[in-house]
Every structure is written in C-alpha cells, then in structure tokens.
Design a protein around this ligand. Structure first.
Ligand SMILES: [Zn+2]
Ligand SMILES: [Zn+2]
Length: 453
C-alpha cells in the first residue's frame, strides 16, 4: 500500500519581523479573494482537485499615520513569451506593443503599479476631485514649467512582496553568507520596519565570475529549437557556470542574445532602486522618483544575497541608490501539498493581474502568448501600448494629435533624457559583465532595447 506523505510545497522558515507578516498577509489575502472570482477553466482557483504552483507578487501601500496597509496591485506568474515573439514585439514602437513579454509575477505587479499611478493622476486631475479620505498615494503639487506635477505623500510608502526569491542574482549562493538579518527584529511591532545597514560602499568579489553581472531569463516558451551558440543553455561553457554556482537556475549569461532576451527580476529590481519604479513617462509627472521602501520574500530568502542583487551592487555608480529594507516572512503562499492524490498544476501558464481602483477588473493573461485569456487573444490592459495610450489620453500635449507626435515631444524632454542617461549608465557601468567580450556584445545590442527593465 502506498503511504501518502503530506508535505507543503514550502519549507517552514522563521520570520524576520512582524512587519513582514503584515505585508505578506495583505498580499496573500488579496490574491485569495481575487482568484475565486476567476473562471474555472483558468485553473487559478483554489480547489481540492487542482493546486496551483506559482509565484505571487504584490505592491502594498502603507499609511504611517493610520498604519493602514492597502494592496495596490497583485499578480502571479513564472513565464515569458518565446524569443521569437519577443523579437517581433521589440521591432515595433513601444506604443504598438500589444503583448506582455515578461510575465514573472514581480514584473506584472510593477506594470499594474504604473497603471495604478496613472489612473490616480487622472482622478486627481479631474475637476473638483477632493481626496477627503486620504485614500490617494499621490498628491498634486501645483505647476512647474506649465506642467502639473505630483508627488507621493510624505506619510505614505510602497512595499513589495514576492512569494519566492526573485530570479537571477539574488538566488546565487556565493560571495556572502546566507540566512536572515538580525534576530532582534523579532521584537518589533507589526507596522515597524527593521533598520538595516547595507554594505556600502559595496566592494564586489569575483566580478569575472558574474557577482554583479546581468543575467538573462531563459524563455519558458520556444517556437523553434535553440540555435547553437555559447549562450545556449546546453552548451558546455554554460553548464560549468551552473555547476560552479555562479549562474542562477533559469538564467543565461549575457551573450549575443540568440537565446534569452529579458533580464532577470533581480536586475529589474536593481534598476527600480536606481531610477525609481515608475518608469520614464511617469517620471515626467513626478517631483521625485518613487522608490520601494521594503521587499518581503517568502521562499529562498537570503539577506546578504538579496542586498547585493537588489541595490548594493549598483551603489558604486549610483551612490544615491535606494536600499530597501529586506525581510523574510514565515507565512506560506504555496499551500499545495507536494505529494497527494490531487493534481498539482505545475505548468499552468495563466497569470492573474489586478490593480486597485478597478475592483471589478481581474485580468487573466496566458504567459505563453502574452495576451488575455478571458477575451481570447486580446491585448492586456497592462501592455506597453495600453499604458502609453492611457498616459497620453490623461496628459494630452499642447499639440494633441497622434501618439507618435506626443512620444516625440516627450522624448525631447529633459526629464526623459536624464532618465535614459541614468539607465544607460546602469547597464554600461554597474552591471559589470563576466568578460570583456560580453561588454562588446552588450554595447552592440544596446540599441535593440534588450535590457528593457
Ligand atoms: Zn523572475
Ligand atoms: Zn543595498
């Protein structure tokens, strides 16, 4: 007779502090609520026969006056579209890109955050809008150079939750000790973040072996076989990197981008800490960039590895880089038992994406096509073209007219040029590649926007 051992998909772990538990509770509760409203055929609902194994991410707002935590956005996902589809999308102008390319949970949650921010700005611009209940994250700060500007209220902050350690650099267990931060933090209350001192100036060890390098995501969907190349995952050189632990699972070193087009989530988070999480267009509407105050991780958290990956490794070229507080939560997201008679859906490609302010709208996208599932093959409201249309609808330029002209007008703005220059510096100077040869190839590819964060 077969004995069934019930073991959870996540190991038990200790919490960094009560704050991390508060954050993870808001994120997981919101997802549980939303998933039950999706259709059965998407396999996102919790039911006895099927368990969903995925990664969850959310942005949470904290009001330091009332200690109120609100979920701003939530998304799940582990997939990316094929390299071929990615290339087809990148050949288009950004405002024509109708497919989501990278459907990792934290990337989707951030896309949803950008939509949330522009919708908030739109409401705040509406005539007679009063923020009586202090429910908005942003406030208007009058005019500058004829433009309406916004900033995040001083008593509000945003926090990121990810149920499993973001892919790429943060999952490399080299060059530092693992484990959590400080046991003393366990005494802190549910709305108090621990104080942390990251290692700055950061002195990277083992640069040639990729301690600060960018890593590309292996596409989870392929339409043709991988071409031969030194960045082919089956090639001997890459195998060695996996074996000696200097390349994270699911990623590839930077090469000629014959395979692996998108940078890892660790790299994207480092970029958000360098230039803000809002992206270039929204930067033109904000007095200062928006930075993530803390990151709470469920599975596979390691404090020093996360600090290196998310902020410290770029601190030499970006001395002003934001160092978020990094925490582990003990609350489990994945409650699916590993060994039961029920079916565990390992390969469910579907992502649920949601942003606050649009309560009735719960989108389901297929991670293999980058398009919506509930409305067959239509574009996500979180894709680049939808975001840019919404942005330019909200902020019509003096010329009005078509989106192409408006994009040109924005491209000439000082704010955008500063933002682009900062990104360029980040890719060229902060993420030091393993070999000089990779620097050359990376420069050659820079114009292709392959490192879009
Ligand atoms: Zn990822
Ligand atoms: Zn740091």
């Amino acid at each position: 007779m077969r004995t069934i051992t019930f073991r959870h998909g996540e190991k038990s772990r200790t919490s960094s502090c009560a704050f991390a538990e508060s954050i993870s509770k808001v994120a997981i509760d919101q997802f549980q609520l939303l998933r039950e409203k999706t259709e059965d055929r998407h396999n996102l609902r919790a039911n006895a026969e099927q368990n969903l194994r995925t990664v969850l991410s959310a942005f949470i707002a904290l009001d330091s006056r009332t200690n109120r935590m609100t979920c701003l956005t939530v998304a799940n996902g582990t997939k990316t579209i094929s390299d071929e589809d990615f290339d087809r999308e990148m050949e288009k102008k950004s405002y024509e890109r109708g497919k989501l390319r990278d459907l990792h949970a934290e990337v989707l949650a951030r896309r949803a955050l950008k939509r949330y921010l522009v919708l908030e700005m739109r409401t705040l611009l509406a005539h007679g809008c009063e923020d009586e209940n202090d429910s908005f994250l942003l406030e208007r700060v009058g005019l500058e150079k004829g433009r309406v500007l916004f900033k995040m209220k001083a008593h509000k902050s945003i926090h990121l939750y990810v149920s499993s350690c973001p892919c790429g650099n943060a999952t490399i267990r080299k060059w530092a000790k693992g484990g959590s931060d400080d046991d003393a933090n366990r005494e802190l209350g549910p709305f108090t973040m621990p104080k942390q001192k990251h290692e700055t100036p950061f002195l990277p060890l083992d640069v040639q072996r990729g301690s600060v390098a960018v890593a590309m995501k292996k596409a989870t969907t392929t339409t043709t076989k991988n071409e031969e190349g030194d960045d082919n995952p089956s090639s001997a050189a890459v195998k060695v990197l996996y074996e000696n632990g200097t390349l994270a699972k699911g990623t590839l070193p930077v090469g000629e981008n014959r395979v692996g087009r998108m940078c890892s989530c660790s790299d994207k988070i480092a970029a958000w800490n360098a230039v803000g999480v809002q992206g270039s267009l929204l930067a033109t509407k904000l007095v200062e960039p928006i930075f993530i105050q803390s990151i709470t991780i469920g599975r596979k958290f390691a404090y020093r590895h996360s600090a290196r990956a998310f902020c410290c490794r770029v601190s030499k070229t970006f001395p002003s880089v934001n160092h978020p507080v990094l925490m582990q939560c003990e609350r489990k997201f994945d409650l699916a038992p590993i060994d039961t008679d029920s079916v565990v859906v390992f390969d469910n490609p579907n992502s649920l994406i949601w942003s606050a302010g649009e309560n009735e709208v719960i989108e389901v996208c297929n991670g293999k096509t980058g398009q919506r599932e509930e409305e067959k093959m239509s574009s996500s409201r979180y894709c680049s073209s939808a975001f840019e249309s919404l942005f330019f609808e909200t902020f019509k330029t003096s010329h009005g007219g078509n989106i192409e002209d408006q994009m040109k007008e924005y491209a000439a703005m000082e704010d955008i040029q500063h933002y682009d220059a900062a990104k360029e510096k980040l890719w060229a100077k902060s993420f030091i590649p393993r070999f000089d040869e990779q620097t050359r190839r990376r420069r050659a590819n820079a114009g292709k926007n392959y490192y879009n964060a």
